[in-house]
Design a protein around this ligand. Sequence first.
Ligand code: ZN
Length: 308
Amino acid sequence: MPVSQNGWPVDPPRSSRLVPGTNVRVTVANGPAGDVLLHVLSQFDRRVEDLDLASTRGELDDWGYASRPIRGGTATSNHSSATAVDANATRHPLGVRGTFNAAQVAEIHRILNEVEHVVRWGGDYVGRPDEMHFEINASYEHVARVAARLAGGSSPSPSPAPNGRPTLRRGSNGADVALVQRYLGVRPADGIFGPATEAAVRTYQARQLLSVDGVVGPSTWARIQSGLGSAVPAGGGTPAPAPPRPSRPTIRRGSTGEDVETLQRWLGLPTDGAFGPATEAKVRRYQAMKGLSADGVVGPKTWAAMGL
Ligand SMILES: [Zn+2]
């Protein structure tokens, strides 16, 4: 049986599957390889970069199965065995190094560590980098073991202690800071805990009825992590339910204030707190991508889709 570079059979039974938490579908091999790849993509979307981002031309750019040789090579690409996926391909072109910041790279490595490195990242290639690319790089048995653990089967590896993350405050930096920034919608998620991050932490703490000190200590971490779902959920693949959030007001063209600022920050717009045409246009595009009614009004469904 012909195999691709990683030893997996080409043209296997495969399906187009929805990446959990996104509107993105990729075609991956049926069985454990596809399960693990979908898990990695879903974590990528949550923790590294929004997978729903369309390319500059407006199409989604996340790919799975493709029958083809390795570009510029002779071996058969792992896309041919439906055991490779590309994430946000137009943002992370083949051959270009440094398309993710250091905090994102650290988070990618953390995700791969959680799946026992049965998935390899193209950004780790010693030769030509391929930062959009993730592929299965292990035996069927090993991949099946990891997939079973993710699905809540036996032999769980220890899940991270709920408060096993460092306390973060003004002046902290690194991957944990970037994770908090992404979760709170602070842009850019540069891994540097400055005034904007502190303000976002305070706002979050106030909304969550935590003590408002601007420091991400054990109780704030616990709340954030339950919102994220633990990376390797204890006892299975079902993330902990997010805590109920105090509801946000419906905002639209003409609205002003802190919720508009939060929205703008999340959308990567300048945060002037005034909901104008640019904000509305971006909201409509986001709603269309998410399959929501693209009315430009940010109500409960849109807030929920944004995780805010
Ligand atoms: Zn690829």
